[in-house]
Design a protein around this ligand. Structure first.
Ligand SMILES: [Zn+2]
Ligand SMILES: [Zn+2]
Length: 438
């Protein structure tokens, strides 16, 4: 990446750059008092300025001091890389933030592969830097001049978007952030990798199960072929990534996909979103267990992610059980009617809303209990207030009204089909189980 200090033009310069690299604020300050022009010098070979060196090494105090002296934050090195790009490559989040605050341009392209700072953060898997750059992109002129969606999907010189790079380099958290911010999961590359590769092809090549999960959950198409006619499944097989191939096999059960209807529900707060996402991944994990069973003896244990759910469903707790599945605790509250259900049933409700084929109008999902349209989804009060208040919580579903029951029957088919897609335990169809709980 060329942030070394090779070949400073003199030992005097070398001492200055060494002090910058080491974050020695005093030495840097006294050098600059002697010779302010040091700020304009660069190393001979890589043409690194003091700002580049401070950024790449995470020396935020030195970086701030230099920026305070009216140095442009967008000075270029030999490869036309900015200090922001180097900070993003090395995961120096404080420097990334400081440079962004100082107005660093996020839309610069280097001369190596024509990549932006967003590409570099995604490639090296620095999700904190990625978030900071995306957040800056929303507030700076980039959003108005270029458009935020275009920035998220910016291609490098070979046609690779940040999502392609994150998928290829096995960076699932970056994949998650990017798709969450509108990165196109089905975008094809130009020359990068094998021509016409989608992020799913590249994740298959890299062999990252987690990236594949993220992409499938956001609607990536297992049937899409690259320019040579290969599906991601074939790429995974060729690379001997057996588990990845099993999930990518077009004949394996369809993955559960984040419902597009949720985009129409305003103000999905981060806690609610996290609950729903966890429910989605849990549903897919159940499906994976079935798919992967037998493909290998040593399955990757899904234990780490099961924990979130075990916490929710502790036997004998006071928490209210979901009246749809009778299996999990209510964690999501529908507004404005305040009916409650579990996260997985909420997903089922939202998946069930199909666009009207004649108008392509996507209706806002309706509450399964009262049929009023869902304006917001929030977490249940019980979760917010802890155990003390559970007794005062309104017990809405102990007694189903006749109207509620009929809506409920309508939903059972939705939940049932949802179950077939791999989500939920399908217990809704088990009448004996329902009788037990009622
Ligand atoms: Zn439920
Ligand atoms: Zn309702």
């Amino acid at each position: 990446m060329g942030q070394g200090l090779s070949c400073a033009s003199s030992s005097y310069d070398h001492d200055f750059f060494t002090a910058v690299q080491a974050g020695d604020l005093q030495a840097v300050d006294s050098s600059l008092k002697d010779d302010p022009s040091l700020l304009l010098r660069t190393t001979i070979y890589d043409r690194l300025s003091a700002l580049h060196i401070a950024a790449a090494n995470g020396r935020v105090e030195v970086l701030s001091m230099i920026l305070d002296r009216s140095v442009s934050p967008d000075v270029l090195n030999r490869d036309k890389q900015t200090p922001l790009m180097l900070a993003a490559m090395h995961g120096k989040i404080e420097c990334v933030q400081k440079l962004l605050d100082s107005g660093a341009n996020i839309l610069m392209f280097d001369s190596v592969n024509g990549r932006t700072c967003l590409h570099h953060a995604a490639y090296y898997g620095h999700s904190d830097c990625l978030r900071a750059i995306l957040s800056a992109a929303k507030s700076t002129h980039v959003a108005s001049s270029w458009g935020f969606a275009r920035f998220v999907n910016v291609s490098d010189g070979t046609g690779a978007t940040p999502l392609h790079l994150a998928a290829r380099q096995k960076r699932p958290s970056c994949v998650h952030i990017l798709v969450d911010n509108g990165a196109l999961v089905c975008a094809s590359t130009g020359r990068y990798g094998f021509p016409g590769s989608t992020p799913l092809h590249l994740a298959a090549r890299g062999g990252s199960l987690d990236c594949i999960r993220e992409l499938l959950a956001r609607g990536a198409d297992r049937l899409q072929r690259d320019s040579s006619g290969r599906m991601p499944y074939e790429v995974a097989l060729k690379q001997n990534h057996g588990e990845c191939a099993a999930l990518l096999n077009p004949s394996a059960a369809d993955p559960l996909v984040w419902p597009s209807a949720l985009k129409f529900i305003s103000e999905l707060d981060s806690e609610t979103k996290a609950l729903l996402e966890a429910a989605l991944m849990e549903g897919n994990r159940e499906r994976e267990m079935k798919i992967l069973k037998g493909t290998t003896d040593s399955l990757t244990s899904p234990a780490h992610s099961d924990k979130a759910f075990d916490d929710d469903v502790s036997e004998g707790s006071d928490a209210e059980f979901c009246s749809i599945c009778f299996d999990r605790v209510c964690t999501i509250e529908v507004q404005d009617c305040r009916h409650q259900m579990c996260a997985q049933c909420t997903l089922a409700v939202c998946c069930h809303s199909k666009p009207n084929p004649t108008t392509l109008f996507l209706p806002s999902p309706a509450c399964p209990f009262c049929r009023s349209s869902i304006s917001r989804l929030v977490t249940t009060k019980a979760r917010d207030t802890g155990d003390q208040n559970t007794t005062s919580k309104p017990r809405r579903f102990r007694h189903c009204s006749s109207e509620g029951s009929s809506s409920f029957k309508g939903l059972s088919s939705a939940v049932g089909s949802f179950g077939l897609m791999g989500c939920g335990s399908g217990r809704i169809t088990d009448s004996s189980d329902m009788v037990d709980k009622l």
